[in-house]
Design a binder for this molecule. Sequence first.
Ligand code: HEM
Length: 213
Amino acid sequence: MSLTQAPAKSLRVLRFDRVQRGAHWANALLFFSLMFTAIPLYFGSFFGVVFPRHLIEMIHLWSGLALPLPIIISLIGPWGRAMRHDVRRINYWTREEIHWMRTLGKSTLEADKFNPGQKLNAIFVGVSILVMLVTGAMLQWFRIFPVPWRSGATFVHDVFAWAVFFVVIGHIVMALTHRDALRSIFKGWVSRSWAERYAARWIQEEPSGELKH
Ligand code: HEM
């Protein structure tokens, strides 16, 4: 279904509440800021020509230190119920899902709210936030760490930075080519027919009252 052909409200189901959408976009903004500032930090020759180094370093550092906040805030407190529910879903893998992943999506699957590729993406984002935060803090407060630790932190920070670029670009391509899923991260809902087709297990499990938009 195209973005313009919206189904009636009674035929919509809520996929992401406001808290989840807010967390997603705050997280995306911080990742964008980190990736944008990472380019001149990596290719040092940009400095002095286009960017003042200190400013770029500060934007990178503060975006990095803020990175876990959207996820933490969206998880704690009474407003985080849907987010906590989704984290449990992402951590739960059935045999069929593992098989689907191994066969690169060629086996049949009655998908959960998120397909295994989407689950893997979310896990990667969570792990990379943690790894980048720890290694980034070591790069910033390097004096308290022995030299081999510092070089290890630089290496891991760089390797994960490359992986983040690949995964984020892949994520954007997938989002742009899956319009219903894309709309749900802007507006919250998907059509019931889409959910029955692409997230059949989710639709069967959730009491329909909770899903109504
Ligand atoms: C999406 C996440 C991130 C990406 C893609 C990224 C990427 C990079 C890259 C490519 C560099 C240059 C490394 C080099 O010169 O070899 C760098 C440096 C650095 N990063 Fe990150 N980073 C991320 C997250 C973080 C976080 C969470 C922190 C938190 C503290 C952080 C703190 C730093 C610091 C302090 C430096 C050193 C800056 C300098 O040259 O003085 N980064 N980052």
